[in-house]
Design a protein around this ligand. Structure first.
Ligand code: BES
Ligand code: MN
Ligand code: ZN
Length: 502
């Protein structure tokens, strides 16, 4: 979908479908909606006075101007209560509006910038959120089916802004959103792609493509390379894998950068059967999402490239399947991570922390200002915070934690801080090795984070996004399937990092 920003009066648009809005409890529509109402001889005022349209969030009514306006149809969209209005409401209503337009087979859609007038949100953020909600709301993964019966996506979205002085900000917000959405779409595609296709090799190909498109450096280590690096933890998980493991290093190294290095790491288990500690069959298919952390960091790198951020960003994605096999690693095995620490395997299903351990050790060489890892790490985190509610956030650095919380606030990819108590570290002490890879059921999210902490020597944050990678229903701008969680969050963090330092 082509996004176009235009200065003008929306009632004059030649798009076939127009979207205007109204706050709940507005007696007299003003601004763009007022102008449309005038042209429609008071049709909107009548809807309101009859109590047929209240303006509740995502409430919609379709009006047919029958020649009174160039557009074929007008979608009047409720913004909800003014007090509850924010950028997230903008994304929500924008997705609702454009999805209705698509159902009606709209080819060209003109919309006001939701909240661009009197919502208390800056024109740039309002435009960004309007475009994010629209693009992400239309997302679907239909690469593998004949989807001819479905309505086609509108070909263009025109953001119509009347105020000349706001046009430049609107344009900037819209363009930023388009780029961010490309990263989110990539991450969603990778998570939705079945595990026989989204293999470690595929992940590496995607990384190579990003490097190619955006002048980044890419390196992909295979099993043999990992052996040369003594990555015994990553290799243990990969032992039973039929697919060749791939340790992806993707580096954005702009020449202007003097803000230090940030490393982002994503868990890339392309399918998690549990290994010898086999998972139950029911819902095992959901474990195709176990590379959502890797998908998120690759999606974020795509955006970093599109924006050409003046920041040294390194992305690490250890990728492998976790399979039961004659050569698979066993419970009771003792293995050595690349920093020399010995690990007793309690469960081969606690594999994410193992592949991350070697990546965290690898990150050390960059002397990073901060390292953030994203991982679908524990079912315990989903039990604690719920599915599609919030990801768990662990950090050894207060400033980094706050930066992530600030970013999460803006993007509405919610994070909730969880503690790194010593008690958790004590629970993963082993009788036969330095540590063990599971501390048992109780406090499972805390002990997994305590495990990762053993491999960290810099400001670090761990995001457990096990409950956030998949959605079981269409909801606003999030569709059933891969959510793309983490891409917008990481991009926001990197943008803020760039801004605060310059
Ligand atoms: N990939 C899973 C965690 C997960 C659960 C992701 C639900 C997405 C949704 C992880 O590898 C796992 O199996 N964790 C175990 C750890 C346990 C064996 C210590 C778990 O959470 O049960
Ligand atoms: Mn597992
Ligand atoms: Zn896993």
């Amino acid at each position: 979908m082509n996004v176009i920003v235009e200065q003008g009066s929306i009632e004059k648009t030649t798009a076939d479908t127009m979207i205007v809005n109204l706050f709940e409890g507005t007696p007299e529509p003003g601004g763009a909606t007022g102008a449309v109402d005038q042209a429609l001889h008071g049709a909107i005022r009548e809807l309101i006075s009859n109590g047929d349209f209240k303006g509740k969030q995502k409430e919609m009514v379709v009006l047919y101007p029958r020649g009174a306006l160039p557009a074929k149809r007008v979608i009047l969209l409720g913004l909800g209560k003014r007090e509850k209005f924010d950028v997230e409401v903008i994304r929500q209503v924008a997705s609702a509006g454009i999805r209705r337009a698509r159902e009606l087979n709209a080819q060209s859609v003109a919309t006001v910038v939701h909240g661009g007038g009197e919502g208390g949100v800056s024109p740039e953020l309002a435009a960004q959120a309007t475009v994010e909600g629209s693009i992400l709301g239309l997302y679907r993964y239909d690469a593998l089916q004949n989807a001819e019966e479905r309505p086609k996506d509108p070909q263009e979205l025109r953001l119509v802004e009347f105020a000349t002085e706001k046009i430049e900000s609107v344009r900037q917000g819209a363009q930023l959103a388009e780029r961010i959405c490309q990263g989110v779409q990539l991450a969603r595609d990778l998570v939705n792609m079945p595990p026989n296709m989204a293999t470690p090799k595929k992940m590496a190909e995607v990384a190579a493509q990003i490097a190619d498109d955006h002048h980044m450096n890419v390196f992909v280590g295979d099993r043999q390379w990992a052996e040369s690096q003594k990555m015994g933890a990553f290799l243990a998980v990969a032992k039973g894998a039929g697919e060749e493991p791939q340790f992806i290093v993707l580096e954005h190294a702009p020449s202007q950068s003097n803000l230090g290095t940030l490393v982002i790491i994503g868990k890339g288990i392309t399918f998690d059967t549990g290994g010898i500690s086999l998972k139950p069959g029911e819902k095992m298919e959901e474990m195709k999402c176990d590379m959502a952390g890797a998908a998120a960091v690759l999606g974020a790198m795509k955006v970093v490239g599109l924006l050409n951020l003046p920041l040294h960003v390194v992305c690490l994605a250890p990728c492998t399947e976790n399979m039961p096999d004659a050569s698979a690693y066993h419970p009771a095995d003792v293995i050595f991570a690349s920093n020399g620490k010995s690990i007793e395997i309690i469960s081969t299903d606690a594999e994410g922390r193992l592949i991350l351990a070697d990546a965290l050790v690898y990150a050390h060489r960059y002397q990073p200002k901060a390292v953030v890892n994203l991982a679908t790490l524990t079912g315990a985190c989903v039990i604690a915070l719920g599915a599609n509610v919030a990801a768990g956030l662990f950090s050894n650095d207060d400033a980094l934690r706050q930066k992530l919380l600030d970013s999460a606030e803006i993007t509405h990819e919610r994070l909730w801080p969880l503690p790194l108590y010593e008690d958790y570290s004590r629970k993963i002490k082993s009788d036969v090795a330095d540590i063990k890879n599971s501390g048992g059921r109780n406090g499972g999210v805390g002990t997994s984070a305590a495990f990762l902490k053993e491999f960290v020597s810099y400001p670090w944050a761990h995001i457990d996004m096990a409950g956030m990678a998949l959605s079981d229903k269409d909801e606003g701008y999030i569709q059933k399937g891969g959510t793309g969680f983490g891409v917008r969050l990481l991009v926001q963090l990197l943008l803020n990092w760039t801004k605060s330092a310059s």
